[in-house]
Design a protein around this ligand. Structure first.
Ligand SMILES: O=P(O)(O)OC[C@@H](O)CO
Ligand SMILES: [Mg+2]
Length: 297
């Protein structure tokens, strides 16, 4: 039972729901009274200052550990930088129509961001067509339809502005994508100059990526390859669109901003440290990064 708290300190709540507080407490400095966190309501974390101001300052430091101290940024690609997820959806709907089935967002949410074979296996099994179409056959058919679509990939809103801003301020940036090299080249062929701003690119077929998202392999490999790598994951900020990618970033111990498709069920938003409707809504200064000079929004 908590002794009556001497005073409360209102901190910015780093979590979107209070069920994450226990893991937050695990970050507390040794010796800090573990029962000090009372509740998270909205964006306020009420902390009972059960002991010295130094302890409260320690909590404030932990609460802000993720934000305010970002030094490197890692970008997902499909659905985040490039408007390519719609191609996968379009092609998968066409294939399913042949079996008089419809493709829905609950399955899409599970497939996004994953390695091709993992996504394909999910697709044929959950759609109940694995007797007539193997994951490998699905990939071959899907690829033939995607070949013509990928070279037309457009950038997502705010992608160019954010990449150019961070690069111009000397913030190291890179990509960690589930996309295979052959698809990567097709998707980015209209955006070579922009992607040349990246310090490095980790692709889905990279030898260091043993497991696809939600495993952390891609983001950990990305953190290692920076000039001053390996980067402390707490100082890395990941931008992702997919639930599997957000989980992968958290599994890598990194901070993650989710920019989800508006059709994705909101229940997938809980794991991310921040959720934005668009990259245009990102405020770098909230994360200790240089603010934009333009007043885009
Ligand atoms: O990791 P990203 O770049 O989203 O690639 C995922 C892609 O393989 C299709 O979902
Ligand atoms: Mg993605």
């Amino acid at each position: 039972m908590l002794a009556s708290p001497t005073r409360f300190v209102a901190l910015r709540n780093p979590f979107r729901s209070s069920n994450k507080i226990p893991s937050f407490i695990s970050h507390f400095p040794k010796g800090f009274p573990q029962k000090s966190v009372i509740r998270a309501s909205g964006n306020i974390l009420s902390v009972a200052a059960m002991s010295t101001p130094a302890a409260v300052a320690a909590v404030a430091a932990v609460a802000d550990a993720g934000r305010g101290s970002i030094t490197h940024v890692i970008f997902d690609m499909d659905g985040l930088l490039l408007d390519t997820e719609k191609f996968y959806t379009e092609v998968q709907e066409k294939i399913l129509a042949r079996y008089n089935k419809t493709f829905d967002w609950s399955l899409k949410a599970k497939m996004m961001g994953r390695k091709a074979i993992e996504a394909a296996t999910l697709f044929v099994e959950e759609c109940g067509i694995s007797d007539s179409l193997s994951p490998e056959e699905f990939i071959v058919e899907r690829e033939s339809m995607l070949q013509d679509l990928f070279p037309t990939s457009d950038l997502m809103p705010g992608a160019s502005r954010l990449l150019r801003h961070l690069h111009s301020k000397g913030i190291p940036i890179c990509v960690a994508t589930g996309t295979h090299t052959r698809h990567f080249d097709l998707k980015t062929q209209r955006h070579r100059e922009l992607f040349s701003l990246m310090h490095h690119i980790v692709r889905g077929d990279d030898p260091e990526v043993k497991q696809g998202k939600p495993a952390p392999d891609g983001f950990l490999a990305a953190a290692r390859r920076f000039e001053d790598g390996p980067v402390d994951p707490r100082k890395a900020l990941v931008f992702e669109d997919a639930p599997s990618g957000v989980l992968a970033a958290k599994n890598a111990g990194m901070n993650v901003i989710m920019v989800p498709d508006p059709r994705l069920d909101k229940s997938y938003h809980d794991v991310a440290d921040q959720v934005l409707a668009s990259l245009l809504d990102f405020k770098p200064e909230e994360w200790g990064l240089p603010p934009f000079e333009d007043s885009q929004n």
